[in-house]
Design a protein around this ligand. Structure first.
Ligand SMILES: Nc1ncnc2c1ncn2[C@@H]1O[C@H](COP(=O)(O)OP(=O)(O)OP(=O)(O)O)[C@@H](O)[C@H]1O
Ligand SMILES: Nc1ccn([C@H]2C[C@H](O)[C@@H](COP(=O)(O)O)O2)c(=O)n1
Length: 223
């Protein structure tokens, strides 16, 4: 059972995917964390992330390892735990540039496919291009959306106390990242033609989880 969950930032992909995977006994892969880890490596190794040629040349160098337990997902780069550093504002502001480089996408997509094919009990994979490009034959494809206001409010609530933010600034930052992720040439953020779109604006997280679990159970029953 391969479940692909895509959508813009802050629509609930990670929260939903982890819970669905845990509930159904599936593995879980956060592909955004892999692009963030690649970005962190570029920054810490002095690669100019605004130079696509420099990023392309370095793309094959870092060794990324993702742990796929939904209760405790992990990511290491060259053996070092990257789960904290990949969530900084600096990485968030640079990840769209790095993930737009085709050579980066080739390396990371290959890794994602190998993790998915090794997941014996099945896997929930979340990202931006999973249903369209990485796993186009996924059994269930979901595209999550939510209004910009709802997404900004969710993210601002998360960041409060950690890094200074307000809802308007968060909304602008999300819009900027979505525009870059949707506008890149290579496998942009997009809904697959056969994905089920779920607008989460007025749904609780629990309702979204139940919706996706139902889609997976229906697929299992139809087999
Ligand atoms: N339906 C919902 N209702 C209210 N809050 C939600 C809902 N879904 C997710 N959230 C909250 O919104 C925040 C963002 O969710 P999450 O990290 O799962 O989104 P995401 O789509 O994975 O974002 P990103 O792509 O930026 O990683 C979290 O604090 C989460 O708890
Ligand atoms: N399949 C994917 C997943 C992520 N990205 C890029 C674009 C995002 O802005 C960034 C960080 O993802 P997040 O942690 O916010 O889910 O990574 C991508 O291009 N393709």
């Amino acid at each position: 059972m391969i479940v692909a969950i895509d959508g813009p930032s802050g629509t609930g992909k990670s929260s939903t995917s982890k819970a669905v995977a845990a509930q159904l006994g599936l593995s879980y892969l956060d592909t955004g964390a892999q692009y963030r880890a690649m970005t962190w490596w570029m920054i810490t190794n002095g690669v100019d992330v605004s130079d696509p040629a420099a990023v392309a040349t370095a793309a094959g160098k870092p060794v990324l390892v993702s742990g796929t337990d939904p209760a405790a997902p992990t990511i290491t780069v060259d053996g070092a735990d990257a789960s904290g550093p990949i969530r900084t504002q600096e990485v968030t502001s640079k990840v769209s540039a790095v993930s737009a480089v085709p050579e980066v996408r080739t390396v990371v997509t290959e890794l994602q496919r190998s993790i998915a094919s090794a997941a014996g009990k099945g896997i929930v994979v979340e990202g931006r291009d999973i249903g369209t490009t990485v796993l186009p034959d996924a059994d269930v494809k979901v595209f999550l959306t939510a209004s910009p206001e709802a997404r900004a409010a969710r993210r601002s609530g998360e960041l409060k106390g950690k890094e200074a933010t307000d809802v308007a600034a968060t909304k602008d930052a999300l819009a900027k990242r979505d525009a870059a992720d949707s506008g890149r040439k290579t496998s942009p953020l997009a809904k697959a033609g056969d994905a089920v779109e779920v607008d989460t604006t007025d749904l609780t997280l629990q309702q979204v989880i139940e919706c996706v679990v139902t889609l997976v159970e229906e697929k299992r029953a139809a087999r």
